[in-house]
Design a protein around this ligand. Structure first.
Ligand code: AMP
Length: 229
């Protein structure tokens, strides 16, 4: 049975980093809707032109559009054995669509990473991304030796090194707007999953390594529930 893992949590909770690590360790892809949209904006495609202004305001792009993108991505051969979703679903409508898309694959495992708002604002303001490959790093990681692991996705990154820039939607005002939108639109997604036996919560205030371990245990215990069910 394929592993469908949904990472939930506000912007800055560490979903992206943890999703990438988990996916790498399990040999399955991460599907980040934010990354897909940013790439489209970067390339200037029709999709990119359609979503650019909405993204710059920190608002959500339309459900039909994003559901179509995810449906298409999950039908690719590399997603057959499973995938980790980062940034999707963000509304109850998207969550309902995901159940339908994955109906033949078995239950959705959902893990919410919890972090208080003030810590999220602090983290997002300190975050930088590599302008070339989009790799994420916080202030601590940028000074650590883990840099080559973080940013080696393109020939340019490997040869010249990362060029760290702030994401345009990580300014304090936009971050607060994104958190407001998260509480308003994505809370119903947590309500959608939280009564299920495959839902887990983990504490995002721990070190990244501790969060990684908590995520592994959460998925293992949710899989145990699924096997018994
Ligand atoms: P993220 O990197 O996940 O914070 O996403 C960045 C931006 O992309 C969001 O602020 C939204 O404008 C858009 N976006 C990403 N995922 C979704 C989604 N599932 N539904 C609607 N908009 C999304």
């Amino acid at each position: 049975m394929a592993l469908t893992l949904v990472m939930l949590g506000p912007p800055g909770a560490g979903k992206g980093t943890q999703a990438e690590r988990f996916a790498r360790e399990h040999g399955i892809p991460t599907v980040s809707t934010g990354d897909i949209l940013r790439e489209a904006v970067h390339s200037g495609s029709e999709l990119g032109r359609a979503v650019k202004a909405v993204m710059e305001r920190g608002e959500l792009v339309g459900d039909d559009l994003i559901i179509g993108i995810v449906r298409e991505r999950l039908s690719q051969p590399d997603a057959i054995a499973g995938f980790v979703l980062d940034g999707f679903p963000r509304t109850a409508t998207q969550a309902g669509a995901l159940d339908e898309i994955t109906a033949a694959r078995g239950p959705v495992i959902c893990v919410e990473i919890q972090v208080p708002d003030e810590e999220l604002v602090r983290r997002l303001r300190a975050r930088r991304v590599c302008e070339d490959c989009g790799a994420n790093a916080d202030a601590f990681e940028r000074q650590a030796d883990s840099l080559p692991e973080l940013c080696q996705n393109t020939d340019r990154c490997r040869s010249i090194g990362p060029k760290w820039v702030a994401r345009s939607d990580d300014s304090e005002a936009i971050v607060r707007e994104r958190l407001k939108i998260y509480r308003r639109d994505t809370r119903p997604v947590i309500d959608f999953y939280s009564a299920r036996p495959t839902f887990r919560r983990i504490d995002g205030m721990q070190t990244p390594e501790q969060v990684r371990e908590a995520l592994g245990s959460a998925v293992a215990s949710a899989l145990g529930v699924r096997r018994q069910g």
